[in-house]
Design a protein around this ligand. Structure first.
Ligand code: NAI
Ligand code: COI
Ligand code: MG
Length: 340
């Protein structure tokens, strides 16, 4: 397996090291190439993602990313110029974000019941495309726009992916989350697309929720969800809520997927570079390890993925909440479990 590794910033390198430890136990054929991209490179050279590097990345089977973002770099430079550029250039139109409450994990709800959902977030459109601008900057009449882009092609392919995911899961339920009562232009496109594609999947029950109500139900009744499909911005926000109710952001994995298979898909924890805890060796690497599990599944290695996921499930069911482990200790435990 040719794997490109982008550790990135903050806790990124710390959690990626543990992800690779576990990967090495289950997939001995990994050939990892590390790419120095992120805050340090930008500060040193002004480079974010040179075309030559992007071309090299395309030659890999998959990419493992830590996180980007640094308090010493103006907000948006790394997020847009590196992370979103990777997602857009590599056509990662599906941002897959499972959220499952594992045995032994305590969420905020006293009696949550079973929580096992998958958020299918659109990854290359919406308000993240940079479609906007500023007029009369630094005047009292400054005007800023950030226009959400939604194409029939882009919405259809992610909605279809979500239905296919739902068909493969026992509950066969899909919820569209949007804000169709206010964002009527984009909302209509999303609603019509879900309705049209649903005719091809008669076994799937379909629900709709406005994103504000969904945010409430994610907290009060997360067990009602199976597969969720939503746009780039709503998916970014609700997947952090889903992470919080299933034990925290340190457990939330994601895959940025080019479902056409043309480009390598990229796997990363849902969280960011966490500058508040960077360098302390206390970040939970489990989200990265579960992202490695998604990577293996994506590459058609279900048995290796199963070992990784089983290691995480066992570790979580036996963790002592009173004795938090350090980043490397969690990685060591998971590597031993996955390889044993
Ligand atoms: N995919 C990416 O590369 C992402 C990058 N970012 C960037 O990361 C930087 C920090 O963003 P924040 O909004 O603070 O979000 P964040 O996800 O980095 O951190 C939010 C909170 O969660 C905690 N946390 C995050 N990961 C953790 C882990 N593995 N174990 C234990 N605690 C963990 C942090 O300590 C912090 O208190 C910003 O520059 C932001 O733009 C944010 C989200 C995603
Ligand atoms: C920094 C953003 C572009 C990414 C983010 O928050 C996410 O994908 O969850
Ligand atoms: Mg986010």
């Amino acid at each position: 397996m040719r794997l490109a590794v982008i550790p990135g910033d903050g806790i990124g390198p710390e959690v990626v090291a543990e992800g690779l430890k576990v990967l090495g136990e289950v997939a001995p054929d990994v050939e990892a190439t590390h790419y120095d991209l992120g805050a340090a490179r930008w500060q040193r050279t002004g480079e974010l993602l040179p075309d030559s590097v992007l071309d090299e990345l395309r030659g890999h089977d998959a990419i493992l990313l830590g996180a980007v973002g640094d308090p010493g770099v103006p907000s948006g430079i790394l997020e847009r110029g590196l992370l979103l550029k990777l997602r857009f250039e590599l056509d990662h139109h599906v941002n897959l974000r499972p959220a499952k409450l594992y045995d032994g994990v305590t969420g905020p709800l006293a009696a949550p019941g079973e929580v096992d959902m998958v958020c299918v977030r659109e990854g290359t459109e919406g308000p993240y495309v940079g479609n906007g601008g500023v007029l009369r900057r630094d005047t009292p009449h400054e005007l800023a726009t950030e226009v959400s882009l939604n194409t029939a092609f882009g919405v259809e392919r992610v909605v279809r992916y979500a239905f296919e995911k739902a068909v493969a899961r026992p509950r066969k339920h899909l919820t569209l989350v949007h804000k169709t009562n206010v964002l009527t232009h984009a909302g209509s496109l999303w609603s019509r697309t879900v309705e049209e594609v649903s005719t091809e999947f008669p076994e799937i029950t379909v629900a709709y929720q406005h994103v504000d109500a969904a945010s409430m139900f994610f907290v009060t009744d997360p067990g009602r969800y199976d597969v969720i499909v939503t746009d780039n911005l709503f998916g970014d926000i609700i997947s952090d809520i889903a992470a919080a109710v299933t034990g925290g952001i340190g457990l939330a994995a994601s895959g940025n997927i080019d479902a056409s298979g043309t480009n390598p898909s990229m796997f990363e924890p849902v969280h960011g570079s966490a500058p508040d805890i960077a360098g302390q060796g206390i970040a939970d690497p489990t989200a990265t390890v579960l992202s490695v599990g998604l990577l293996l599944d994506h590459l058609g290695r279900p048995e290796q993925a199963r070992k990784v996921n089983a290691a995480v499930a066992f570790d979580l069911s036996t963790r002592d909440a009173g004795q938090p482990l350090r980043t490397a200790e969690v990685g060591d435990r998971l590597a031993a479990l996955a390889g044993g």
